[in-house]
Each structure stands twice: as C-alpha cells, then as structure tokens.
Design a protein around this ligand. Structure first.
Ligand code: SF4
Length: 314
C-alpha cells in the first residue's frame, strides 16, 4: 500500500523511531517560514477544516500497524501545520485508544493556540512541541512570514494558556537564524515569553537542510550558545544532529514507496535516507536511480551534498 498521509518511520532527532502523520495537503500552513524544509507555503491560511480525511488516515494507520512493528512515537508534523486539520483531536484519540503504549507527539507552530478547541484537541498527546521563533513583529514577519491576522502577543498568550491546561510535556522550540531573529532585544523578548510559558524544555534549533530562501545560513554553535545564555531558561538544549547509530529497524514492505513518501515532505541526501530507512546503501542507490529514470524525483546539489526531492506528480 502506498501511504499518502503517514511517512517513515524515521529516526527523529528527538523522539527515537517515529512514524509521521501529515494531516494537511502539501503545503498548507498558517506561516511561511523562511527556513521551512518543505518549501514555500502554497496555501497560507488560518482556516481549519478536514484537509485530510480522518477515515483515510485511520485506514493507513491500521494498515501500518498490521504490517510493521510499533514505533516509539507517532508524530504529527509533515508538510504543513497539523492543528489546521479540524479532526486532529479525533485522530489522536483514535491512536491512544488503539495503541495506548505508543507516544503521540505534535509539532506545531502555535498560531492556533488562541482557540480553546485547538488546545483541547491536543490534550491527549504525550508531547507537544510548539515553536516560537520571535516575539517582535519585525522578526516574526522576517522569519515566519505570517498571514496578516497574526499577532505574536496572542500566540504567546495561547501557548501560556495551553501550558496551564495540559498535563503532558511541552518542549518549546526556537529556531535561530543569524541576523534574522537573534538580536539581543529579540532574544530578551523570547526570554520574557519563555518565563511566562514555563515549558519542560527549551530546544534551540537551526538550519540543517535547505530552507525556502537561498542565502540564509545556519547559526554556528557559539551563536546558538549565546541564544541559550540570553534566553536563560535553566532547562535548555541545542538540538543535536541525528544520532548516526539510530536506525529505523522497522522494515517497510515497499522501500521505493517509503523513499518517495520521505523525500516528498523534505529533500534528503542519500546519507539521510540511509539513516532514516535503515536499509542497505545499494538498495537506496538502485531505487534512487530508478525513480530518477522514471522522472519522479530529481537531485539538486546543495552545500551538504545532493538533495533528492520529488517532482510534482510523483
Ligand atoms: S516550518 Fe512549520 S510552521 Fe513554518 S512554514 Fe514550515 S510547516 Fe509551516
């Protein structure tokens, strides 16, 4: 079965072996971040609806569970903002009913947290990773490129309200791009927001793969350390690169489909695919060659090597 809404499992930087669920169509988001690994937002919206049908996601999850080992986590992420799907709470509830031992994580841009129904939909998740890259209007506009109606103060208030209501873990993610959102005043505003939210952990991230804009560069280790120091939250960490020893031991029955599903969401190098899918190098090489010959994927040279991405109709 070729999956359209679930992908992986992948070894996540933070969660071990994680099966991804994508609840919106590519690329539907309330932001258009300049660092987004999934490319430019083509549907910039705050409208909540069933972008991907609950019954279709259920069908894919059931099929996956029948044919594969259980992952450590099921993670809502992918090519857009999961809280835009009006059935998110029901999908989480379905997973926790059927597989209570699998942890559920939601990676979200926090822009819909002002809405109590969105906050309520997340209550059954084990881990929520809200992102907050900027509090000043200027830095927010530069790094996250929102639609017109978004106000960062409302976003901070929404995350704060959620933190009070929610019993699971909150890891607040801050993405740092030098010269864009890391001035001292921007970092001090983030510090104030973090103190109000009181997450379990603050994770500082930076660019690892291509974003939507050429010319933006990742923060260096010392720039990330400076950000941690100014934000000054005791439980903070720089997110490490994927651990080379993590392998997705779960064997997918159709590696070619798994490659397409993985790079459809974010461009990957051969090395990334080796780590993510945990199969032999020759197997990856053969499938990439065939997919290129079929015109389904293309390789583009970037600083870190050749990144493969899907072509439109693959
Ligand atoms: S990084 Fe996340 S929030 Fe930003 S545009 Fe991409 S999917 Fe949307």
């Amino acid at each position: 079965m070729q999956y359209h809404h679930i992908f992986g499992p992948v070894p996540s930087r933070r969660l071990g072996i994680s099966l991804g669920v994508d609840l919106v169509t590519h690329k539907t988001c309330s932001l258009d971040c300049i660092y987004c690994e999934c490319g430019k937002t083509t549907r910039l919206t705050m409208e909540q609806k069933e972008y991907v049908r609950f019954k279709d996601v259920k069908k894919e999850l059931d099929h996956f569970w029948q044919h594969n080992d259980d992952p450590d986590y099921i993670t809502f992420s992918g090519a857009g903002e999961p809280t835009l799907n009006s059935k998110l709470g029901q999908v989480i509830g379905y997973i926790k009913d059927k597989k209570p031992h699998i942890n559920v994580a939601v990676l979200t841009n926090s822009t819909l947290f002002f809405d109590p129904t969105v906050r309520h939909a997340l209550l059954k998740a084990d881990l929520v990773v809200p992102s907050l890259d900027a509090v000043s209007d200027k830095a927010f506009a530069r790094i996250n490129r929102p639609g017109k109606t978004l106000d960062t103060k409302e976003i901070v208030k929404g995350i704060e309200a959620f933190a009070k209501e929610y019993k699971g873990k909150i890891w607040l993610e801050i993405f740092i791009l030098p010269g864009i959102n890391d001035s001292t005043s921007d970092l001090l505003l983030l510090k104030e927001a973090v103190q109000k939210i009181q997450p379990n952990l603050v994770q500082i991230n930076t660019l690892d793969r291509p974003g939507t804009l050429a010319g933006i560069k990742p923060a260096s280790r010392s720039e990330l350390e400076r950000a941690i120091q100014i934000i000054g939250f005791p439980n903070s960490q720089i997110i490490a690169k994927v651990d080379k020893n993590i392998r997705a031991h779960i064997q997918r029955e159709n590696i070619k489909a798994a490659i397409v599903e993985t790079i459809h969401r974010r461009p990957c190098t051969k090395q990334d695919l080796l780590k993510i899918l945990g199969v032999e190098k020759e197997v990856i090489n053969n499938h990439l060659t065939i997919l290129e010959q079929e015109g389904k994927i293309v390789g583009k040279t970037q600083e870190r090597g050749v990144f493969y991405q899907t072509l439109k109709d693959s």
